[in-house]
Design a protein around this ligand. Structure first.
Ligand code: SF4
Ligand code: SF4
Length: 441
């Protein structure tokens, strides 16, 4: 195991209870996902049921989109989403009370059948991966021939499986709460995950100071899983840091991801969705997120239908929207800052952080004083000062040569900078410009 570069942070252990919020009057399901744009198979006026297939990806290996509520499709229109962009979305009005959402339970002995349901189950992850979960998890002999050409990585045997119980950023304790609340479901899923991946080595990663209960640790050991207490250094919960820490294997950008090296990481929230799918549930219907609104004294975990708008979460929690000026959609370090509240909650969002005008710290754009703190702390061993300067002055080729795409947008450089340089924004801007130029050429 290696030393992790980053910033030390105390473990967060908030209340692990999860509150169910009421069904909103309208849900909005974006048709743009990390795997691309989806094609709707329902039209305005159609009645839909919770769990019904309503849109398909352009590629057959992309997770489909299932309706998260029963109701009537009222429109397919452009709508803002959690990335800060607008894209087509399906709007479903007047959802009806429709739980429980279940389908036939697959045979627990038939791993092919279970994986077919995982594939059909609209499971999307908070941690980005170039390969959809249902393909990434499969050992080569379980990859259907139609999918094999998708990525050469799928032909590589899997030797290591990592269950990630570490939260992605400071201030968030969702994965700790899931581990605590659903420990027996997670233990029950491990044999299936071992079977489907064929991994001979399995780690369970958790934060130091947030040790899971003795029963759970005992259960892990009985299943041959190695529990690993990881240092409280942000961003160790992110795969590019966690994998080298546990296994010594670096995952270079553009290498095809961890799967290329025979390693699969699955976070506990996603493992729980696999467990639900294997037991006849439709887990994509609901999303659990952490809502933090310091001005309202709220820091809590809630379960909502996928597609619930942030403004409906606020009214269900009696948080006044008129006092709020900004939402960090995706958490304090990794979130996208948005100044509107009609954003739908999707499975890619694990937390929202709300700020009033008075809580927003506005920085003057000052010149770099060459202190080197950002270089010292960057977990990806980049030079954030130089990278951001090159992006600011339009020297995108130079930024590309400095490995700009290895930046994981963790925000540490901006956090430690004494003159508050907006390095992450500049680096993100540079990435988008380089990508746009690639598309044009
Ligand atoms: S350059 Fe990227 S990876 Fe490095 S600290 Fe800044 S945001 Fe994080
Ligand atoms: S931390 Fe800020 S001031 Fe210091 S080198 Fe980096 S960009 Fe410059």
């Amino acid at each position: 195991m290696k030393r992790v570069k980053g910033i030390p942070f105390p473990t967060e252990n908030g209340r692990s209870e999860i509150e169910d919020l009421p069904l909103p009057e309208r849900i909005v399901l974006p048709l743009v996902t990390p795997f691309g744009e989806m094609i709707p198979i329902v039209s305005p006026g159609d009645e839909v049921q919770a769990g019904q297939l309503i849109a398909k990806g352009a590629n057959k290996w992309d997770p489909p989109l299932l309706s998260s509520a029963a109701g009537q499709v009222s429109a397919v229109k452009f709508w803002p989403n959690g990335t800060g962009n607008e894209g087509p979305a399906l709007v479903i009005e007047s959802p009806k009370q429709d739980s429980p959402f279940r389908r036939e339970q697959p045979s627990q002995k038939d791993v092919h059948e279970i994986m077919r349901w995982v594939q059909a189950g609209d499971i999307r992850e908070v941690d980005p991966s170039p390969i959809p979960l249902a393909l990434r998890l499969r050992k080569p002999e379980l990859v259907p021939p139609a999918f094999a050409p998708f990525s050469p990585a799928l032909e590589k045997p899997i030797h290591t499986l990592v269950l990630n119980g570490i939260d992605r950023q400071p201030g968030i304790w969702l994965r700790k709460a899931i581990t605590k609340n659903f420990s027996s479901d997670i233990l029950e899923t491990i044999p299936l995950l071992k079977d489907v991946t064929g991994a001979s080595r399995v780690f369970f990663a958790f934060s130091k100071g947030a040790e899971p209960g003795e029963e759970f640790l005992k259960g892990l050991r009985e299943l041959g899983v190695e529990p690993v207490s990881c240092p409280n250094v942000y961003p160790i919960g992110l795969n590019p840091l966690l994998i080298p820490f546990l296994t010594g294997q670096e995952i270079p950008f553009n290498s095809g991801g961890a799967r290329q090296f025979g390693i699969v990481v699955i976070d506990v929230a996603t493992a729980l969705k696999v467990h639900g799918t294997a037991h006849g549930e439709i887990p994509s219907v609901e999303v659990v997120i952490q809502v933090t609104a310091p001005s309202a004294g709220i820091d809590t975990l809630v379960r909502v239908r996928q597609g619930t708008l942030i403004e409906d979460v606020l009214s269900a929690l009696s948080i006044s929207k008129k006092d709020l000026a900004k939402v960090l959609c995706g958490g304090p370090f990794l979130g996208t800052a948005l100044h509107r509240f009609d954003i739908p909650i999707t499975q890619e969002i694990d937390s929202i952080f709300l700020q009033t005008e008075r809580e927003i710290i506005r920085y003057a754009d000052e010149a770099c004083v060459n202190c080197g703190y950002c270089v010292q702390h960057c977990p990806m061993k980049l030079m954030p000062n130089e990278l951001s300067k090159n992006c600011e002055y339009g020297n995108f080729n130079v930024a590309e040569g400095m490995d700009i795409f290895s930046c994981i947008e963790c925000g540490i450089c901006a956090y430690v900078c004494p003159v508050n340089r907006p390095m992450v924004q500049l680096i993100c801007f540079g990435k988008r410009e380089i990508e746009a130029a690639r598309k044009e050429s």
